[in-house]
Design a binder for this molecule. Structure first.
Ligand SMILES: [Zn+2]
Length: 575
């Protein structure tokens, strides 16, 4: 990658994001955008300043060239040639920025200074914003659409607030408001709605826990920052304090390759009567569990000649007549190898394992404390649970810090009543468990709920976390629904795109192709994927969300953090 021009790099990143990222699904095709541009320009021709008119012309030209089959780069260069002889590359990049901006926001960028005096948007009024947010937050997940929102604004929200606008809010304005309010159109992935991205509990975890922790971790990491003069990634040493070890982030994820994976769209010969032959179904599975890091790319132990001696990657072939399905036990076994490989490759350094927030990763040990699985009385049919220490927050001070066995002297498991009584609770009048569910407001409605609220039951550490911290390394969980914060997603995309293009008649061929492309991703590319995720973190720290964050990250491709300059651009868009 080192010898490539900036255009090549941009092309490469676009290929990644447009094929695998969310953008492909969100953005209108250029034929629709062109019609929109033409009608906008016609409508506003009389009142547009020359600059805006030029921008419309450029965008319509750009759309035409793209529809003719030219790439973004080609189209922008051709426009630059026609408009500005001599300043070619600089202007071409401006054209691409403008096109990207319009694709995302469907309007021209706001003027920096002076320019048109626009009426301020209704959304600037606090009561409008609050009412809109309240309405949107109360819609069931997946039900928010610009259309529903638009109807609500004109039909309910404005009349309720006594607002009588000259013109009703258009569908496009409603769409823009949605973006400003933090909604973004997203794909359904792994069976969950990605809309959860801005759910309040998820945001709280992201902003209050994950981002501050990562910032502190980042200080102890080697960074690879784009050097404009040298045109390469420059290594910047960590800022370590007394007794600190250098941290190396290892991003984990699992992914499956299907034997018969094909592109969603295919190149077909026009007027060919034959349908392309496709195998039935997607075929057998290749399941990969892997870690990537900025130092060696994949987690591997290399000998003096750079040859791989040992690696952490685990590939299985699950399904009928194949390997058993992937589970927590297999992950823990892989972790043993991963830590061994890490310590061989990076002696004296500390690993920061970054996992996604799936339930499998939060799996508790088999004898974990679970109040809801306990009976009221001792013995009988209930699971054995491990002993515990009565927490320092226990209401009865005399019991704090005491060891509590969860098993009776006769070897039978203790019930709810004994465990709570031993902690000094008076459970005489309390029922064992509410049926069918506990009332929301009370926390002391039943024994199970009461015990479940105690700190030793509430704050249990997952097996994965215990395994890693006991070995002197660190672990952090990504916020839910935030796949853009896991750079390994880009790595999967890189390998899968190439895997799909290959002919794989037999399953053995598929196995070979998957490994070949998983191994082929260059270290520099992996570093750029990792930097991209750090840019998203930087954008979220600055309070950006959804589309605005995405835009900032794209604008600052070569950097690791989102700069003040881009923040200012964004503020002019959003305000
Ligand atoms: Zn209850």
């Amino acid at each position: 990658m080192a010898g490539l021009t900036e255009d090549d790099r941009e092309l490469f990143e676009d290929e990644q994001e447009e094929r695998f990222g969310k953008l492909a699904a969100e953005i209108k095709p250029w034929d629709q955008l062109r019609d929109q541009l033409k009608s906008d320009m016609k409508r506003m021709k009389k009142q547009l300043p020359l600059l805006k008119l030029n921008q419309y012309f450029i965008l319509i030209n750009f759309a035409n060239l793209r529809l003719k089959g030219e790439s973004r780069i080609e189209a922008s260069k051709n426009i630059a040639k026609a408009w500005h002889d001599g300043e070619g590359n600089w202007f071409a990049r401006r054209v691409r920025d403008l096109a990207r901006y319009y694709q995302t926001f469907e309007h021209l960028p706001a003027e920096q200074r002076g320019g048109m005096r626009m009426n301020r948007s209704w959304l600037h009024r606090e009561e409008v914003k609050d009412a809109a947010l309240e309405y949107l937050n109360n819609l069931p997940t997946g039900k928010v659409t610009p259309c529903i929102f638009c109807r609500h604004i004109n039909g309910t929200l404005f009349p309720t607030l006594g607002i009588k606008p000259k013109n009703p809010v258009s569908l496009r304005t409603a769409r823009r408001w949605l973006i400003k309010l933090g909604w973004s159109y997203s794909l359904v992935k792994k069976g969950v709605y990605m809309d959860g991205h801005e759910r309040s509990d998820v945001v709280r975890y992201r902003q209050d826990k994950f981002l501050p922790a990562m910032l502190e971790f980042e200080r102890c990491m080697t960074k690879y920052v784009w050097d404009m003069d040298k045109q390469e990634l420059e290594q910047i040493a960590p800022d370590l304090r007394e007794g600190e070890r250098e941290l190396i982030p290892l991003f984990h994820d699992e992914s499956s390759f299907h034997h018969n994976d094909f592109e969603k769209s295919l190149w077909l010969v026009v007027n060919n009567y034959q349908q392309p032959l496709r195998k039935k179904g997607r075929g057998r599975l290749i399941h990969v569990s892997e870690f990537i890091n900025p130092e060696t790319g994949r987690l591997v132990y290399l000998d003096g000649n750079g040859k791989i001696v040992k690696e952490a990657r685990k590939i299985i072939y699950p399904g009928a007549n194949g390997d058993p399905w992937w589970d927590t036990d297999q992950l823990l076994k892989q972790m043993e190898t991963a830590i061994e490989v890490f310590e061989l490759q990076f002696p004296g350094k500390q690993a920061l394992f970054v996992f996604d927030n799936s339930s499998a990763h939060g799996c508790l040990r088999p004898d974990a404390l679970k109040a809801w699985e306990m009976n009221k009385s001792d013995g009988g049919k209930q699971r054995h649970q491990h002993d515990t220490i009565i927490p320092t927050s226990n209401p009865d001070k005399s019991k704090r810090g005491l060891h509590q066995s969860m098993t009776m002297a006769n070897g039978q498991p203790k019930g709810l009543k004994s465990v709570l009584t031993e902690r000094g609770f008076d459970v005489g009048k309390l029922r064992a468990k509410c049926k069918p569910v506990c009332p929301i407001e009370s926390e002391q409605c039943c024994m199970a709920r009461l015990l479940d609220q105690q700190d030793d039951f509430k704050n249990q550490v997952s097996m994965l976390e215990t395994f890693i911290t006991e070995r002197g390394h660190k672990i952090i969980f990504l916020p839910k629904f935030h796949c853009e914060l896991n750079p390994i997603e880009m790595y999967w995309g890189w390998a899968k795109y190439r895997y799909r293009e290959e002919d794989k008649p037999k399953f053995e061929d598929a196995k070979g192709a998957a490994v070949k492309w998983l191994d082929a991703c260059p270290l520099l590319t992996i570093r750029r994927f990792i930097n991209r995720s750090f840019r998203f973190m930087s954008a979220y720290r600055k309070g950006l969300t959804g589309k605005a964050a995405e835009w900032a990250v794209r604008k600052q491709k070569q950097h690791r953090a989102v700069s003040q300059r881009v923040m200012m651009d964004i503020e002019t868009i959003l305000n």
